[in-house]
Design a binder for this molecule. Sequence first.
Ligand SMILES: Nc1ncnc2c1ncn2[C@@H]1O[C@H](COP(=O)(O)OP(=O)(O)OP(=O)(O)O)[C@@H](O)[C@H]1O
Ligand SMILES: [Mg+2]
Length: 352
Amino acid sequence: MTAALVLKDISKSYGEVPVLKGVNVEAAPGDFIVLLGPSGCGKSTLLHAIAGLHSINAGEIVIDGRNVNDVPTRERDIAMVFQSYALYPNMTVAENIGFPLKMRGIATIERRKLVEKVAQGLQIEALLERTPRQLSGGQRQRVAIGRALVREPKIFLFDEPLSNLDATLRVEMRTEIKTLHRRIGKTIVYVTHDQIEAMTLATKIVVLNKGVIQQIGAPAEVYGRPANLFVARFIGTPAITLIDGRISGQQFIADGDGLTLPVPALQDGRRINLGLRPEFLHHNPEGKTACRAVVEIVEPTGPEDIVLLKVSGQRATAKWPTGLAKAGEERMIGIDAKGALFFDPENGGRIG
Ligand SMILES: Nc1ncnc2c1ncn2[C@@H]1O[C@H](COP(=O)(O)OP(=O)(O)OP(=O)(O)O)[C@@H](O)[C@H]1O
Ligand SMILES: [Mg+2]
């Protein structure tokens, strides 16, 4: 099967400053690729390169088997939804959605039919005669998506389309975008710096930092088996616990003592960061590696409490059923060794 999109060794500099440093990504048809990374890491630059809005210094962009390096934006068969939505303020919703069709010379009656079909899918049929000014943020966002959908492109590009919305609407629209993807099955490349958005939407997450890909993987992979400390810290809420320590006699021994865990064969004396997702620090030591912990702060979230602990004098975060932890108490907890991740503190890479 031909890949929907291949990015081969893409490099891009603005003047002397390198922004993308040899980026390789492959998307299968129907993939929902999320480009995730902190502000300034090069996400929008990469998306704009795919769209042909920016030139690249080196590499190849292949859409549906065809090298498009020298193909102008309008002939790349892509549609883009920007953060700002970029709707035409003086046009109605129907005119906004139908605009790409008008540019292609599609007749008024046919255009109207296609616009209505798309509007129906997005549940904005009732808004077709309004102008963008008369819409809420979420409705505007839907119109922008509608304008992208109506063209039936090979690939959709989204650049932080939810970042202008309030928290509730963000979650709602996130679900709608996921539903839409399931329904139309098109390839999507979606940019966000919000790791929860990435986790909930992606079939494949591409984690970028400073123009370099850190890891590409399904949400469960980047969460459960992060390639390095950057990914481990960037993905997951509450954040991963990292405990400094060393190896001695097939054991990880936390600095400050109080926690010892069996480890894969590693060189004695070697420095290690132990990584633990919150679900691997149990409130009950039974059947786990027991260790002493101090409960510093309890943050209720409803069904669970986020519990900030000190283990071996180092900060740790757990997620427990509501009401089990009391701030200030000292107690035994259980570390689930099967969730233990080990990192090299020198280069950040995951070991084993
Ligand atoms: N036209 C430009 N000229 C010079 N530098 C630029 C230009 N556009 C972006 N940059 C720089 O390139 C880097 C990557 O920018 P980019 O917009 O791709 O980041 P981003 O990952 O999309 O960030 P954000 O999450 O804040 O949108 C940044 O350091 C930015 O300052
Ligand atoms: Mg950006």
